[in-house]
Design a protein. Structure first.
Length: 171
């Protein structure tokens, strides 16, 4: 069986009942507010896209927007809500010189016509808002779908995308 980060496991389903998480997007965002953000580079590099939603919830912390989106997707899936993972890169980073390697991107989730930022706990009514600041790298069920399976892989794929973006936009 192919590894997935967003499987709504028995643990996640029981957590939803135990914590009395409601059935809507706002209820899930409120619940996720209790998960702490860790700001340790070595931990982020080691754990990026390595933990399932269940593991993130059990650990009690996220390493950034990707972890928040993974948990959000799994909770939605456990409630039977269809959603799409959206990986994006900031236009300002894409337009910066190639030696600017401090990647600036963000993970969002689309639910119907809504664009949701699980990390910042923001719901955008206009899903096209993202195009003002970001370029969509990929959309799918989860990061693994487009090869974002670890920190090194992400850096390589994003740098390749940046190079292609610059060539196509004559930057």
């Amino acid at each position: 069986m192919k590894r997935t980060l967003i499987e709504p496991t028995k643990y996640i389903k029981e957590l939803i009942k135990r914590e009395n998480v409601g059935k809507g997007v706002v209820d899930i965002l409120k619940f996720q507010n209790s998960i702490k953000l860790v700001d340790k580079h070595e931990l982020i590099n080691k754990l990026f896209n390595q933990r399932t939603a269940e593991e993130i919830l059990k650990d009690g912390f996220v390493t950034g927007c990707t972890d928040d989106a993974i948990v959000f997707l799994a909770l939605l899936k456990a409630l039977g809500v269809e959603a799409v993972y959206v990986e994006s890169l900031e236009k300002s980073w894409l337009d910066a010189p190639m030696n600017e390697q401090m990647i600036r991107g963000h993970a969002f989730v689309k639910v119907g016509e809504l664009l949701i930022d699980p990390q910042r706990k923001v719901i955008y009514i206009d899903p096209n808002w993202i195009k003002n600041r970001y370029v969509i790298y990929a959309e799918g069920t989860e990061p693994y779908e487009f090869g974002l399976t670890g920190f090194r892989e992400m850096v390589q794929k994003f740098m390749d995308f940046k190079e292609s973006y610059k060539q196509n936009n004559n930057n």
